[in-house]
Design a protein around this ligand. Sequence first.
Ligand code: AHR
Length: 511
Amino acid sequence: MQSEVRVSSQEPIDHISENIYGHFAEHLGRCIYGGLWVGDDDRVETEDGIRMDTVSLLRGLNMPVLRWPGGCFADDYHWEDGVGPREDRPRRRNLWWTQGRENVPEESNEFGTDEFLRLCQLLDTDPYIAVNVGSSTPQEALDWIEYCNSGGDTELADRRRENGQEEPYGVKYWGIGNENWGCGGRFAPDEYADEYRRFANYFNGFDKLMNEDSTEFIACGHLTDDWNKVFFDSLNGGMEFGPGSFLGMGSPFNLMDHFSVHRYYQAGGDTDFTDEQYYKIFARAQKVGGDIDRAAETISEYVPEGEIGIIVDEWGVWHPEARSDNGLEQENTVRDALTTAGVLDLIHARADVVSMANIAQLVNVLQCLVQTDEEDAWRTPTYHVFDLYENHVGQTALETSVDTEQREIDGEDHDVPMVSASASEGDGELFVTASNRRHDEAELLTVDVGSSAYSVSSATVLFEGNDIREYSTKENAESFEASNLAVTDEGDGTITFEAPPASVVGLTLTE
Ligand code: AHR
């Protein structure tokens, strides 16, 4: 079969924020405990209790940002439980999730704020902390930001120093709760608006007066427009301070830098799915695009364009096999990785409104990038998609259209294009990613970048020869690595090649 990808460098969309390639790690199953943190366990090399085999694989992704400690866990977490000498930290229940290798719903608090921020230092990634709104107070949240970011002579800043960190950590991203319509407190949208205004007001005060305006605040939205509209309406109802007034607070919307949505999808099982379900999951993953569009439309009714970015701070495949009692573990297949390519393509197409995205989750849990056992760590197929797509980071997304067969899917709003693609340009380089979703046939692809000034400098392909049901294990992990792809550069801005069945291709063109 044949398809054509047309890239228009005359139609730049926007800069692709590096934060679109962000991640999420929750105190859930073996994500933190076992996957990232092993403490004194000497079966693997560690630095300050953090697993260095996992870190070294993750360093390959140049992670821009990491969200923590949840998820649902965030709204039941009290940060002071997790600072100071580890032997004195209280053991608590983990209300929502099984935990670590012991597989019990308990939290040892061995991994807390300083351990998380140490991990971020090791990964050279920006921390994004979600505070507890559902079961806590603005005071606790304010104390947390002070502990992390204050350079002053205060009890909390001194505590941080005693705990080993002299300089403020400078945590930039602060989420005001998580899914506060659900596990984060079951607030009605107007109630969450009140809570948001209250929490963000104190954060904003700290930010303006103590922190030189260097933090950003994130509201957690819903997938339904109705919920989001009531939330924005109610927030709007808050008192407005004039621009010249104390702190220059202005409208309540000044209290929000980003608004987040979450989307998970599944069709059939992780490895057990029919042909129809194989395609159905792409239709479901495409809903992320609609979620972003609807959130952008709602926001545009209240604030000028660009003032509040959209964050998709949980997204990915959540198969029925990933249950609470197994720490949300599932097999990570080539099919999953292909859905990731499609979602990243549609996020690039919305680079003008999306300020961050965080796939769920980083290690061992849900659609993870790295898996571990007690001795080793290895990459999943999804890791390789992130690795390949990383070339888009910091470039300008370009309008990209794909002329390809659309497959209708019973019961779904979206048809599934057999080829998904996106492109970006920067510093004399153009990068195109394209995936062939047909699992049983190669696709003859023509990519037209519209300018003979560009010629191909490299072409790589993922998953050539892998089956769509193949999932990563310690033994086979290397079989998902990228290989070179033969392409024909016609010399007039068009490149043709055969994209193998169920594969993802990355083309770099230089001027
Ligand atoms: O990622 C797993 C869970 O999914 C998170 O804790 C929650 O925010 C979402 O419902």
